[in-house]
Design a protein around this ligand. Sequence first.
Ligand SMILES: NC(=O)c1ccc[n+]([C@@H]2O[C@H](COP(=O)([O-])OP(=O)(O)OC[C@H]3O[C@@H](n4cnc5c(N)ncnc54)[C@H](O)[C@@H]3O)[C@@H](O)[C@H]2O)c1
Ligand SMILES: [Zn+2]
Ligand SMILES: [Zn+2]
Length: 374
Amino acid sequence: MDIQAAVLEAPQGQLQLQTLQLEPPRDREILVRVMATGVCHTDMSVMGRPFPVNQPIVLGHEGAGVVEAIGAAVTKVKPGDRVVMSYNFCGACPSCLRKAPSYCNYFFGNNFLGQRADGSTALSRQGQPVRHNFFGQSSFATHCLCTENNVVKVPSSVPDALFELLGPLGCGLQTGAGAVINVLQPAFGESLVVFGAGAVGMAGLMAARAMGAATVIAVDRVPQRLDLAMQLGATHTLLADGQTDVVGQIREITGGGANCTLDTTAVSAVLRQAVDCLAPLGRCGFVGGAPVGTTLEIDVRDMMLNGKTLRGIVEGDANADVLIPQLIAMQAQGLFPFEKLMKVYPFEAINQAMADAKSGHTVKPILRMPTQTA
Ligand SMILES: NC(=O)c1ccc[n+]([C@@H]2O[C@H](COP(=O)([O-])OP(=O)(O)OC[C@H]3O[C@@H](n4cnc5c(N)ncnc54)[C@H](O)[C@@H]3O)[C@@H](O)[C@H]2O)c1
Ligand SMILES: [Zn+2]
Ligand SMILES: [Zn+2]
């Protein structure tokens, strides 16, 4: 079938909307008519090459849509179901069998390689292959293929107007919320600091407040993002302007150090602050997609004597089938108001949406597909 998709032709290029051809779903694949998709910082990172992917490729990995067709072996969803797509995994390696699919031994191949596991591509342009299967979806398109592993059914109680905002639950929001809920686990009355008040950091801070953290501090370079962080429940903000003594201020606000910190900036110097400002037995998680080869210098003695933990986290350690419905339920109660992060753009404005995310103007752009019928 013919579809419309945003194609990255070369690194650092602009995305171009083109007509491509998509194969029908194979036995284990699901064809989704994308209604809307979020833009994640990771889409922009791969364009800038910190994690290289081959081109031409269709990116996009926060899709929400309606199942249009299913392969013969698919039982989890049926045509007409509303779904959110998340990251992909193999389901059979040691990590997947341990119920830790975001650490799938084949995570790279399933999410970044731009082709199916057997090397074929379902997407083409005048007979020439175009890479797809980005995070098992490539949702910067009117239609895409996914699998049972990375599709989550949306509860029927969700109104259509909210449905188009759900795609980022599949990556950015589940990453920040899951990092806090599943890994850092601030206890009632404890403190948490997010470094980087973007979509991931904001999701982390909302989750921390919902869990009863008493002190939640947001650190960012963009003052407007700090204002929004306060509206979302931060108790304090710190502007990372190079003048502020961030570590000293956090120690002062928390009375000796933070219990939990979450770094989303992918900047080593900031990650170091996130470790340095911890209280004894403090936990630091980091999720930022740093360029290949990035290293971090750590004060080993401080880590040991204070019993500090430093943990990399992929997709919030989340099982999307479990966490996404929970986040939807929390949003319905006003405890996880992710809609406040979002601005909807028409699909054609994809390059503008990315520019606005980069400048800090929009926290989470949502691209509405032209085929959408509400
Ligand atoms: N590990 C995972 O599973 C996973 C999942 C999703 C996103 N990510 C990554 O997480 C990171 C955050 O994603 P996002 O969508 O929230 O991005 P974002 O761009 O919306 O947020 C990053 C924030 O960090 C701030 N920042 C940058 N440098 C800073 C500095 N030196 N000091 C203070 N603040 C600084 C920016 O102003 C911005 O607000 C990205 O690197 C993304 O690739 C990882
Ligand atoms: Zn696996
Ligand atoms: Zn992402």
